[in-house]
Design a protein around this ligand. Structure first.
Ligand code: MN
Length: 228
């Protein structure tokens, strides 16, 4: 038996200060996981259960760099996020075991076609095309969890053309990384290679071609993209 088309490549992330690479299976994202961002999106910052969406694995842009401004939008937004990369998975993972599933962490940007998202929300349509488009998930190298410890505090920030637009702290997450993984695993089976984007603090906004976006998370790393 032979493939009748070339097999799609598995995206891989680099591991910081290592020769190792991390093969990606699925990319999950959690919505509105910082109260101040929930408010700026017109939502209720109460502690409602987290909700999830996904991006295709080939939306990842390891190490950032040039990103083509996508079609079908005139309101492309950045959202800087901590990304957890799983080395183990399962179903119904208890919160107190969830961080044992994490291989490491990265800095990611959840690029969003905000105008399309608003239209889809109004119509009750899926968000898919507002979130899961080409190059919509730039991501840094991974830092192994054993070098970082628990991701429960640390500054998370983003600047556009040198001007700071987002600044928060991982401690402001409504649902912790462990809680996010536990919740997600109540809906489906998580597996090694899965990535989880864990939400963004307030200050999201639009960017245009020519903009240089730099972001980072304390002890995790930094990531830069340029829109072209
Ligand atoms: Mn997001």
């Amino acid at each position: 038996m032979a493939f009748v088309i070339p097999a799609p490549a598995v995206p891989v992330l680099r591991v910081a200060d290592s020769d190792g690479t991390f093969p990606v299976r699925r990319v999950y994202c959690v919505g509105r996981n910082y109260a101040d961002h929930a408010r700026e999106m017109g939502g209720d910052p109460q502690r409602e259960p987290p909700f999830f969406f996904g991006k295709p694995q080939d939306a990842l842009v390891p190490r950032g760099g040039e990103i083509a401004y996508p079609p079908a939008t005139s309101n492309l937004h950045y959202e800087v996020e901590l990304v957890a990369a799983l080395k183990a998975g399962g179903r119904d993972i208890p919160v107190e075991r969830a961080l044992e599933c994490v291989y490491g962490y990265a800095v990611g940007i959840d690029l969003t076609r905000r105008d399309l998202q608003a239209k889809f929300k109004d119509k009750g349509h899926p968000w898919e095309l507002a979130k899961g488009f080409d190059q919509s998930a730039p991501i840094s190298d991974l830092v192994p969890a054993d070098r970082l410890g628990k991701p429960t505090s640390g500054a998370i920030w983003l600047a556009v053309n040198g001007q700071e637009r987002q600044r928060g702290d991982l401690g402001q997450m409504t649902w912790s990384v462990a809680e996010v993984i536990a919740h997600l695993s109540s809906y489906l089976t998580l597996a090694p290679g899965d990535l989880v984007f864990t939400g963004t603090p307030a200050g999201v906004g639009a960017v245009v071609p020519g903009d240089r976006i730099r972001c980072g998370i304390d002890r995790v790393g930094e990531l830069e993209i340029v829109l072209v």
